[in-house]
Design a protein around this ligand. Structure first.
Ligand code: AMP
Length: 375
């Protein structure tokens, strides 16, 4: 029996469908198992990290209606673990009676940087200045309006800083730079660059992980301070070095975004903090987020469990952070240090079971804990 919006919480023994089979799906499946819930992974590849720890796996294209139909008949609620699941897949499941949490609107909004920024501005929050770019002429118009430096990004499919080109003040031959940017974006992301963003001179980057239940209750974790290397998240540290007023503001913006999307589930909202404490929203991910992995070991209930609770219609857990934490991503060959990490005190290791350690690939993470301090 499928879950309806008003239905009672799914009891243990029920099955949650997860669209996507990466490490986030793996950690969601593990959290579900702790609550006595089963999981069914839907992935377009068979060797999905999540498949190793979930009870059921469907392998199929995200447009394969027959496989999707069989999948949805075996689950009582559906969630997704990456934002490039086609919105049409979620629409198909929803139209056929499945409850998908978060829903299609959040997914569609997050999938297009331009629409996402329009939406964020409508909630009253600030973004970097932005301009739609279709060709060299609109790129010139955008630079005229935004100024330099600026970043040319793809509207869709970008992740971990992929497919981006910075246009510096010193760049003289714009036409050549644009041609190279197109080539770069196609090779990394499979799409043309199509949005220009002003370069934000931020003091630091933070993110808020929050979760909203089906009846609109919101809980948020304290912001983490994030450091990126080559566009890829390297570390997330709590507490972040920010004033309480900045943390409150970040939580308030996150709440407005969730309410406006009638959101159900966990979300990750990334911010740039300006030197005066103002916040610029970079983007949001409609799912559990890499910068929330610290919650697995520094809080009684982590983001993955909260997401499962929300999807299953359970009450959300109160958020209590009992330790300070620094999460470090193990990228590519970093994961080969597992035996050293295993000897480290207060270090919780999480490896994703991926066979091939390509450079920059997220192979695992380690949470280093230290005694709790407020700031
Ligand atoms: P993204 O994939 O768009 O989140 O970008 C990855 C990282 O690139 C961000 O976390 C920032 O460190 C940097 N970045 C992206 N956009 C901007 C911007 N408009 N201004 C300054 N830095 C940026």
């Amino acid at each position: 029996m499928a879950l309806t919006k008003t239905a009672a919480p799914l009891p243990p023994g029920s099955c949650i469908g997860i669209l996507g089979g990466g490490q986030l799906g793996r950690m969601l499946a593990m959290a579900a198992a702790r609550l006595g819930l089963k999981t069914h992974i839907y992935s377009d590849v068979a060797d999905a990290p999540a498949a190793e720890v979930a009870g059921f796996l469907s392998v199929g294209d995200y447009a394969d209606e027959n496989t999707l139909r069989t999948f949805m008949q075996s689950v009582q609620a559906v969630t997704y673990e990456f934002e490039n699941v086609p919105a049409e897949t979620v629409a198909f499941l929803t139209d056929n009676g499945a409850i998908v949490r978060p829903g299609e609107k959040a997914l569609r909004t997050a999938q297009d940087r331009l629409g996402e920024k329009d939406f964020i501005c409508e909630t009253g929050a600030k973004t970097a200045p932005y301009f739609a770019v279709d060709d060299l002429e609109t790129l010139r118009d955008g630079l005229e309006k935004i100024g330099r430096p600026a970043i040319l990004k793809t509207r869709r499919f970008g992740y971990d800083g992929k497919g981006q080109t910075v246009i510096r003040a010193s760049e003289e031959n714009l036409s050549t730079t644009y041609e190279k940017a197109i080539e770069h974006a196609w090779s990394e992301v499979g799409a043309a660059p199509s949005i220009l963003e002003g370069f934000v001179a931020f003091e630091r980057e933070i993110s808020v992980i929050a979760v909203r239940s089906a009846d609109g209750v919101i809980k948020h974790y304290p912001p983490a301070e994030n450091v990126h290397q080559n566009g890829i998240l390297k570390t997330s540290t709590v507490p972040a070095r920010i004033d309480a007023s900045v943390a409150d503001n970040a939580a308030e913006i996150t709440k407005k975004i969730m309410d406006a999307l009638d959101y159900v589930g966990a979300i990750g909202v990334e911010f740039f903090v300006l030197p005066n404490g103002d916040l610029i929203v970079n983007e949001f991910a409609p799912r559990v987020h890499n910068s929330g992995h610290w919650t697995m070991d520094a809080c009684a209930v982590c983001q993955f469990e909260q997401q499962i609770r929300a999807a299953a219609g359970w009450p959300l857990a109160e958020i209590e952070r009992h330790s300070n934490a620094m999460m470090e991503n193990l990228l590519g060959d970093d994961a080969a240090t597992w035996s050293d990490l295993a000897e480290e005190k207060n270090a919780a290791i999480h490896l994703y079971g991926k066979a091939e350690a390509r450079p920059g690939r997220k192979m695992g993470h380690v949470n280093r804990l230290s005694p709790f301090t407020d700031s």
